[in-house]
Design a protein around this ligand. Structure first.
Ligand code: ADP
Length: 495
């Protein structure tokens, strides 16, 4: 009996394998850490072989621990850290160098050149992105130009490139499959989100031969059969991590939005079948393609969210565990006039100020640790509200609820404050592994394990709904003080 879906969640810091049963509940999970390599300041690498082996060992250990057998697995869903690239020898499968990770800034000069040449508008129009080292295209270009082996193989026509989903599928299929799904493709800065194809002009500008790129497939659909312990299992769901989380939160309708409160925040809004370009610095991306039908999302991120609490814990020693921040915040009535702008690495949407730095303002003799911790949590909610306000401007509609996940979504104070600030419901599901769940949902929809999106919606159990309280009006006023505090953190006033 095929009663489980296996989700492989290849993240930046670890590889995770989870088995979900037909009720969408986890039947077992295993995590294997992944080494980060920092060859130079601002450069971030990973070993492609370790990416694959850590994922396989997470899968194997989870199966061993739970006793789940290969013949019990209906299908496999893959979700992954986005934008990270691997380039390999198409004959041997040997990588030509380390994977260049999404965080790596080594291709910033290439991006500056693209901007100076005047390509920004064209890139936005075709890809929904802004020219930035974050995306895969310039990373592939860098490898082709700087790694002698890559140059040599490229001249011989023996080279392949891809994001992490491609790499995992290539390895899992024994070198037979070179594919990626649309959601991953849409993060490369080489993929035209209007036509749903690799873009000639972009590949030419970046000197990337189009035939080294993978075949682009739907996010839900059988790509190949993976042989595990002699059993053939369809690999039938693929999506980049944030899009998978949007799917796992069952944000299927236009306007449905989710926020993942992790180290940073990733906020995605489903915008349906028509592309909307942002005027406020959000990215337009492909959410998924199912049965050939593409749906889009707007994406905004906040660089520092849970990291604010980490910093208060580790650098200032204000608490032992991140979770203690809730009781501390609730021990005072308000932040005592303190605003904490956690601009440790600059400010993203809607400020886009790379030179902004953190600040704590409004200090008086009466201020305690609790006020500062509270101000730190409030800041996460303020930043999220600012990104959602840009989404409202861009789409002309504010969502009427926000689905949440990620480590800091466990913080009830933060969730209530967020709801008061936004003036609508915050919905937190029981299962917070929404990324893996989304990949499993995509896989199970393709094989008929689950019949429809409505079936999936019925599987989601709500842990808690936070509704705006009587403090809603007052919270909106505190936003004015927040904006003043942000103004003081900005790079142009001398930090
Ligand atoms: P990531 O996937 O980005 O590593 P996680 O989703 O695991 O992040 O969340 C971890 C982050 O959430 C940490 O930065 C931590 O400080 C923060 N965090 C975890 N629990 C809480 C909590 N109860 N209250 C506030 N922040 C929390």
């Amino acid at each position: 009996m095929r009663k489980y879906i296996l989700a492989l969640d290849q993240g930046t810091t670890s590889s995770r394998a989870i088995a979900f049963n037909s009720n969408g509940k986890s039947a077992g999970a295993k995590n294997v850490e992944l080494k980060q390599i920092f060859p130079k300041p601002g450069w971030v690498d990973q070993d492609p072989e370790e990416i694959y082996s850590s994922q396989m060992s997470a899968m194997r250990r989870m199966l061993d621990e739970t006793g789940i057998k290969a013949y019990e697995i209906d299908s496999i869903g893959i979700t992954n850290q986005r934008e990270t690239v691997v380039v390999w020898d198409s004959r041997t499968g040997e990588p030509v160098c380390n994977a260049i990770v999404w965080q790596c800034r080594r291709t910033a000069p290439i991006c500056e050149k693209l901007v100076k040449t005047g390509y920004t508008a064209m890139i936005k129009e075709k890809t929904g992105l802004v020219p930035d080292a974050y995306f895969s295209g310039t990373k592939i270009k860098w490898i082709l130009e700087n790694i002698p082996k890559a140059k040599e193989l490229s001249e011989q026509g023996n080279i392949m490139a891809g994001t992490i989903d491609s790499w995992l599928m290539y390895k899992m299929s024994g070198g037979k499959v070179h594919a990626t799904d649309v959601s991953n493709a849409s993060r490369t800065m080489l993929f035209n989100i209007k036509t749903g194809k690799w873009d000639d002009e972009l590949c030419e500008i970046l000197d990337i031969p189009m035939d080294i790129l993978p075949k682009v497939v739907d996010s839900s659909g059988i790509v190949f059969e993976y042989e595990l312990d002699g059993v053939k299992i369809p690999v039938s769901g693929i999506a980049g991590d944030q899009q998978a989380a949007l799917f796992g939160q069952t944000c299927f309708e236009k306007g449905d939005s989710k926020n993942t409160y992790g180290t940073g925040c990733f906020i995605l809004m489903n915008i349906g079948k028509d592309i909307i370009y942002s005027n406020g610095g959000l990215l337009t991306t492909i959410a998924w393609r199912i049965n050939g039908e593409t749906e889009y999302a707007l994406e905004g991120s906040v660089f520092n969210a849970g990291s604010t609490i980490q910093w208060l814990r580790d650098n200032l020693g204000f608490m032992e565990n991140a979770a203690d921040s809730q009781a501390m915040a609730e021990s005072v009535n308000d932040s005592g006039g303190v605003y904490f702008v956690p601009a440790f690495t600059g400010l993203g949407t809607p400020y886009w100020d790379m030179y902004a730095r953190g600040s704590i303002t409004g200090l008086t003799r009466g201020v305690t640790k609790a006020h500062i911790v509270r101000a730190g949590l409030e800041a996460i909610a303020y930043r999220t509200s600012e990104v959602l306000a840009v989404m409202e401007d861009d789409t002309g509609a504010m969502p009427c609820r926000l689905y949440v996940d990620g480590g800091a979504s466990a913080n009830g104070f933060l969730m209530q404050f967020q709801s008061d600030l936004l003036g609508f419901e915050i919905i937190r599901p029981v299962i917070r592994e929404t990324t893996a769940l989304g990949a499993a949902f995509l896989a199970g929809l393709a094989t008929g394990f689950w019949k429809s999106k409505d079936d999936l919606k019925n599987l989601i159990e709500t842990d808690k709904i936070y509704r705006p309280s009587g403090l809603c009006g007052m919270r909106k006023k505190t936003m004015i003080g927040w904006r003043e505090a942000v103004a003081r953190s900005k790079g142009d006033i001398g930090f």
